[in-house]
Design a protein around this ligand. Structure first.
Ligand SMILES: *[C@@H]1O[C@H](CO)[C@@H](O)[C@H](O)[C@H]1NC(C)=O
Ligand SMILES: *[C@@H]1O[C@H](CO)[C@@H](O)[C@H](O)[C@H]1NC(C)=O
Ligand SMILES: *[C@@H]1O[C@H](CO)[C@@H](O)[C@H](O)[C@H]1NC(C)=O
Ligand SMILES: *[C@@H]1O[C@H](CO)[C@@H](O)[C@H](O)[C@H]1NC(C)=O
Ligand SMILES: *[C@@H]1O[C@H](CO)[C@@H](O)[C@H](O)[C@H]1NC(C)=O
Ligand SMILES: *[C@@H]1O[C@H](CO)[C@@H](O)[C@H](O)[C@H]1NC(C)=O
Ligand SMILES: *[C@@H]1O[C@H](CO)[C@@H](O)[C@H](O)[C@H]1NC(C)=O
Ligand SMILES: *[C@@H]1O[C@H](CO)[C@@H](O)[C@H](O)[C@H]1NC(C)=O
Length: 332
């Protein structure tokens, strides 16, 4: 029984050692598109063998050589053209750096270390690693197609480009003061046939309430391991409540009529005064204002006061109209 147990233990240990030696345990490695990725080898060189006695090389899953170090010297002869000039050996970590990583570089790589001794080449270490490549999607961007006048319907498009892998979800989020609504929309996905990167977009046609301020965001959820990307908000400000145009018009016209009648009346009075100078003239023109004139001024002042305080928007509207900025028929 004891013998049996120890044999099993031994075989287990041997199996694990064999596994490690064969490199069946593979390392995971991650790199960003167009940047540098590491292909590890995890060689400890416990025997302190000089590089001059070693042959070190990496190959991909199709057995194409990425890099070879032959007795301490780079040997480009065996390197496949697609890896020429793209790899460098990191002697401190016994790792290979692969530059300008492409999505197509995703895959399994193996590193081999042989000892070139008197008896020829002896394999002393080998390991495989899985390289995955990521590309960060650009910040999503909302584009509004031309909004037709007086329409509460807007067409939204949001896009984000050059990411990898395929994102999980993209949506619009509408936020008002007291509500948040998410619109899940089916993504349009385009894959670049050269870089393999994805461009994604969504479109939505919605009606927004003109009484409330609305902020629209576009949210992209890339791969589950990556963080959400959120666009800049697109804000739609509430339209101020609209006064009915006929009221504006009536008040404005009345005011104008009143003021012109007053003006006319005052003019007439002044003319008459000039023609027949009476005793009141000596009493001090500057002090005494004719009562009709006074009345007119007071009424226009009160009218202006009333329109200002009772209907502040009406007043601005009217004054803007009077200044010729807006037409009284313009509803906005
Ligand atoms: C790759 O990176 C270089 C600079 O390192 C940059 O000029 C180039 O535009 C990038 N290419 C892509 C496709 O992102
Ligand atoms: C390894 O060997 C080199 C010479 O080849 C020697 O200089 C160095 O001290 C050795 N290091 C260890 C840890 O034995
Ligand atoms: C990608 O995004 C992550 C975090 O979201 C960041 O840490 C990383 O530096 C970014 N990489 C590139 C190449 O932009
Ligand atoms: C909006 O309309 C203007 C002119 O009417 C046009 O030049 C512009 O391209 C349009 N924009 C969109 C996003 O349709
Ligand atoms: C919005 O899209 C709908 C169809 O989805 C179209 O009928 C409408 O004319 C578009 N409106 C604008 C302002 O682009
Ligand atoms: C949000 O609040 C406003 C008042 O601030 C209220 O009139 C409206 O009904 C509320 N809407 C919802 C969906 O609760
Ligand atoms: C890749 O896209 C280009 C246009 O961007 C097209 O001309 C070419 O035929 C495409 N190649 C393949 C293999 O689909
Ligand atoms: C909308 O926002 C503006 C400021 O951006 C604020 O002055 C206004 O009161 C808001 N309107 C509503 C209806 O919340």
């Amino acid at each position: 029984m004891g013998i049996c147990d120890s044999t099993m233990e031994l075989s287990k240990t041997l199996f694990v050692v064999a596994l490690l030696l064969s490199g069946a345990a593979s390392m995971k490695s991650q790199a960003y598109f167009n940047e540098t990725g590491d292909l590890p080898c995890h060689f400890t060189n416990s025997q302190n063998i000089s590089l001059d006695e070693l042959v070190v090389f990496w190959q991909n899953q199709d057995k194409l050589v990425l890099y070879e170090l032959y007795k301490g010297e780079e040997n480009p002869q065996n390197v496949h053209p697609k890896y020429k000039g793209r790899a460098s050996f990191d002697q401190n970590n016994w790792a290979l750096q692969l530059h300008n990583v492409q999505i197509k570089d995703t895959g399994t790589y193996q590193c081999f270390i042989h000892h070139k001794g008197p008896q020829g080449l002896v394999s002393i270490h080998q390991m495989s690693s899985d390289l995955s490549v990521l590309a960060n999607f650009s910040q999503p961007k909302i584009i509004i197609s031309n909004r037709t006048e007086n329409s509460d319907t807007i067409n939204l498009t949001c896009s984000s480009i050059q990411g990898y892998p395929k994102p999980k979800k993209m949506s619009f989020v509408l936020k008002t003061k007291n509500s948040t609504t998410e619109y899940d929309v089916i993504m349009n996905i385009l894959q670049d046939n050269f870089t393999d990167l994805y461009d994604v977009s969504i479109s939505l046609s919605i009606s927004v309430s003109p009484e409330r301020n609305v902020s629209i965001f576009c949210v992209l959820q890339p791969d589950s391991t990556q963080t959400q990307l959120v666009s800049q908000p697109y804000n739609i400000d509430a339209k101020p409540p609209m006064p009915t145009p006929d009221r504006v018009l009536t008040v404005a016209l009345l005011l104008l009529l009143f003021m012109s009648v007053c003006g006319l009346f005052v003019l007439m009075l002044m003319k008459r005064k000039r023609k027949q100078p009476g005793p009141s003239r000596e009493c001090g023109e500057s002090v005494l204002v004719p009562s009709a004139e006074r009345h007119c001024v007071a009424t226009s002042l009160s009218a202006a006061f009333w329109s200002l305080f009772a209907q502040p928007r009406l007043a601005t509207k009217t004054s803007r109209w009077l200044e010729g900025e807006v037409s009284p028929l313009d509803p906005t």
